[in-house]
Design a protein around this ligand. Sequence first.
Ligand code: HSE
Length: 296
Amino acid sequence: ATVTVRAPSSTANLGPGFDVFGLAVDAFFDEITLTKKNSGVTIVTKDNIPTNPDNNTAGLVIKNMLKKFKIKDGVEIKIKKGVPAGFGMGSSAASAAAAVIAFNQMFELKLDDNALVEFAGFGEKASAGSVHYDNVAASVLGGFVIVRTNPLDVIKIEPPMNLRMCIAVPTLEVPKKKTKVSRGVIPKKVRLGDSIANLSNAAVIVAGFMKKDSDLIGKSIKDVIVEPARQHMIPGFSKVKENALKAGALGVTISGAGPSVIAFSKSNADLKKIALAMSKGFASANTKCQTVICKP
Ligand code: HSE
């Protein structure tokens, strides 16, 4: 028996929704093919990723699920990476999500959304040092997702039809354990006024998705807590943001833990201008950049 599943890349946080908001992005996909074997968990891949299942997101997820459901079979995991790793596009989450969905199908577990996301989150612990479900929830469910942890609840909302996004992926050396490093720079304590600002913007983003109002979403992509703490890790960030806003972007922020930057728009014509403006912003810091335009 063989099952193949593809899961999309995603962008987490959307500004003020740190660890809470995720948005599936159909720009890149990871593909996982599971094959039942007699015993053991093995990884087959042509990509430059760990093949020891204990150091591999999909491997960790599958081993954990075999144990939790007391399944004695072995599983071969074939991985085709499409999501660039280390750029804030939910690369590990896409593999984890595809692995969980494939495993659920293969062993006919009939898991609900919360359970699928929870099992996928297990793989994130390995790469980020702590569990956060924003990327995996978006990769598993698609669309815009809100994650409440403790107890885990995932809520999906379909994005407005006219919401478009441009992702600028800089060509940078990203540190190993990047997510862990970029979580380390976030302040442990925040001012009440900052918390109020982020909470109000986050609330309006949710309202924007409910009302299918891309302008409302775009103008609420404002984060006074995490973005200011992380932006120094992205050479050219302030220029990229300024340029994108000048070119007509509705809102601009770091994608997940970075270093990619996302800009929202509802016009395809504007998106081309925004993409160029963002590339120029990165070029001003001597950073090359690949821009991906997509509809989430
Ligand atoms: N919410 C997480 C972070 C996403 O920003 O650290 C990381 O992929």
